[in-house]
Design a protein around this ligand. Sequence first.
Ligand code: DQA
Length: 147
Amino acid sequence: MRQIGVMHGPNLGRLGVRQPQIYGSTTLHDLHEALKVAFPAVAFQFFQSNHEGELIDQLESWRDQGWERVVLNAGALTHQSFALRDAIESLALTVVEVHLSNIYRREPFRAHSLIAPVAVGQISGLGIQGYHLAVQYLVQMTDLDQI
Ligand code: DQA
């Protein structure tokens, strides 16, 4: 079974109403439903929290359950959380970092990601399509592993 965790950090629970000119008008619920429809063979766990520790607790829980592949939009914690970075590294999770907006075209503080060095890759600026592409990559990775 292909198991993929999709995690969103602070302020992303308000997707759809939060600055739609930057982040789009799709809600988190609609995004999750679209992923389930697009990838019916994937078992998803979705998690959003505004709290750094809760995100880390969830990553630990996923690791304990044997879920290693994660699509992560850490929101602003991307730029400031050493703890989240350490969790990903120490749990040896396969993380694709996603940002709805292009973090390199915005304020300078957004252009630095603490997550990127411990992620397999990063998708930034492609809106919700970025999540689909990230899941697609993690699914194909699974296929390669099974060869
Ligand atoms: C974001 C970009 C971050 O800089 C910001 O703090 C967010 C959302 C994005 O998806 O574009 O909360 O991760």
